[in-house]
Write a protein that binds this ligand. Structure first.
Ligand code: SF4
Ligand SMILES: [Zn+2]
Ligand SMILES: [Zn+2]
Length: 307
């Protein structure tokens, strides 16, 4: 949390009473001007990557603050959107996530579609955790990525937008650099063009806004997102990298932006040179004979046979 503002602080944009401090930008804002700042950051991102209001957007919504803030701001900016929610089957947490999406959409009369991981993959996340020793967050990440891609095309959309913010993107970059994950670094970009007709464009319009800015926006807009953290998130390395960057940011404001924007400028995303082939089991595009989703399902089935 940034330190509180002095009582006589003025809004940088309109000179009225400021209530929100943005130390990383050396700016203070009143509520209206902060909302303008937030919308402008998203509008610029859309413009930079050529996403016009005429392009229908499928918004991946988890029920957390980032995805609901994204859905809200895109509607304020006049984009045509539909929400897509995958219930992961993590006991009460997933029920609360779905309820947060439902409430948000109903209050604003926004259309959305709900799927469950069990129905589209055959196992929910708690079953996957019981049947595999692999890190649950990396399996969950893989499934969400693949399923969102497939469902975007199934729902008739070409562009999938997700609520990753600056902290997510800078933390991911730091992790990829530390572990020299060149394949991930190649795709480190807020905008990934479609690599195949059966895969959507993926875009992260909040990549220039940090987690505190998203929190401020949610509170000003009356967005009641799910506050609880996923009970399976303990020990997730992505949080540790984000914490490390928060420490640097406190000592040296602007570090996160410096790291991410500097990298993006010097290293544009590059497409893979490996040709896609259809998965021999499900027919989805993959680099190997069988795709990662079918491989995971086979691994889980084998483990269930041993039980
Ligand atoms: S914390 Fe891990 S298991 Fe929970 S939703 Fe996120 S990626 Fe999935
Ligand atoms: Zn103002
Ligand atoms: Zn497959």
């Amino acid at each position: 949390m940034p330190p509180p503002l002095p009582p006589d602080a003025k809004c940088t944009r309109c000179r009225s009473q400021a209530t929100i401090r943005l130390p990383n930008h050396h700016m203070n804002f009143c509520p209206d001007c902060f909302t303008h700042f937030f919308q402008t950051a998203v509008h610029r991102a859309m413009k930079k990557y050529g996403i016009s209001r005429a392009t229908p957007l499928l918004v991946a919504v988890s029920g957390g603050k980032d995805s609901l803030a994204l859905w809200n701001v895109l509607n304020q900016l006049g984009h045509v959107t539909r929400g897509l929610h995958i219930s992961l089957g993590i006991d009460d947490f997933s029920e609360a996530s779905t309820a947060a999406v439902d409430r948000f959409a109903q209050e604003r009369s926004l259309p959305w579609t709900q799927y469950s991981l069990k129905e589209i993959f055959g196992y929910d996340l708690m079953e996957i955790k019981r049947r595999s020793r692999r890190r649950i967050c990396s399996l969950c990440g893989l499934l969400k990525r693949q399923m969102l891609n497939r469902l975007t095309i199934k729902e008739g959309f070409q562009v999938l937008v997700t609520g990753h913010n600056l902290d997510d993107e800078a933390g991911r970059l730091l992790g990829n650099l530390v572990y020299h994950r060149s394949e991930h670094l190649r795709k480190q970009s807020p905008f990934l063009p479609t690599p195949h007709g059966k895969m959507p464009i993926r875009f992260k319009p909040l990549y220039r806004l940090d987690a505190q800015e998203v929190r401020n926006y949610c509170s000003l807009q009356g967005i009641h997102s799910l506050e609880a953290a996923c009970p399976l998130s303990r020990g997730a390395t992505s949080h540790i990298f984000q914490e490390a960057l928060n420490l640097l940011e406190r000592e040296m404001p602007g570090t996160k932006r410096q790291l991410l924007y500097g990298y993006l400028e010097r290293h544009p995303a590059s497409p893979s040179t490996i040709p896609f082939v259809p998965c021999t089991i499900c027919g989805e595009p993959t680099y190997e004979d069988t795709c990662s989703v079918c491989n995971l399902r086979r691994h889980l089935e084998k483990n269930s046979a041993k039980e």
